[in-house]
Ligand binder design. Sequence first.
Ligand SMILES: [Zn+2]
Length: 348
Amino acid sequence: MWQVIGQTRVVSLLQRSLERESVAHAYLFIGPPHVGKMTLALNLAQALNCPATERPCGECASCQKIASANHADVQVIGLTRNGDSAEAKLRAEIGIDQIRQMQHSASLPPFEGKYKIFIIEGAELLSTEAANCLLKTLEEPIGKVVFILLTTNDRLLPATVVSRCQRLELSPLPAAEVEAALNSRWGIESPKAKLLSRLSHGCLGWALSAAFDDGLLQQRAEKMDRLLDILHADYEERFAYATQLAAQFTQDRRSVQEVLDLWLDYWRDLLLVKIGCSDIITNVNRLAMLVEMAKSYRLAQIKAFINSIQVAGEQLRQNANPRLVLEVLMLDMPGKEGRSEGNLAMRL
Ligand SMILES: [Zn+2]
């Protein structure tokens, strides 16, 4: 039984190739973080090595060893995470030594299973040398060896590597499907299941992490409260916040993108409430506040600020000066009806 939830198209395609014994020697699974790429890769590794007729059975010794990361023929290659400093994380890449070790291991026959499987997590982080080295292996397939590359963005991988793999895209699940899975498989009831399904944007892995680690929801709530404080703050405070975020950006880019994503979620919700579609908002736990806030803004203001957040995100990705980008964003942020313009006029 495939453990991965949803992804029916991709699963049935893999299932058919297993039945026809026409498994590709390299796959590339593409999808947003926590969408289920690793779960699917491990499921495929189980299916390839499972002796049962209905593969993967999930119950045989081989399936269980793979599930608990104890199978000698299934290896996960990725960033070494322990003890890395923030700076190291920024530069972090999968180096050529890791790929060479993998190639050596791939040249040996399977130890206990039918296939050797190498899962490369975060394949976009392969260094140029490592990617070139891997390319040689992909160009000369080895029997009974399958490589599964996982990435959030295949455009960050050399086209030559992508072209040697069977490319499979995993999509986020509909919120209702995430909610149903949380409920039926993990016994998480609404309203928590509903909230997690919305906040996860269809990425079940995130919903599950948040379900069993209250800290994640807590951190999200704290960041969101900070954003709402800023909304009511004067320009001095907003600019101080921009400076703080810009400093944070030089240490950890992703955390600042996450802040912008939170903001985007919130303003999208305001837009939905404003146009009367509050049943599809993300922040279901803040509906009352959203309804109240939506009264204070015009639709055009909300749309304009959503656009400003998107522009800021894009400029940061293109390495614009983070402080300038974030200060402009703070200026673009609408105050409550009539307030922002008045304030600014007084200051100018
Ligand atoms: Zn099995």
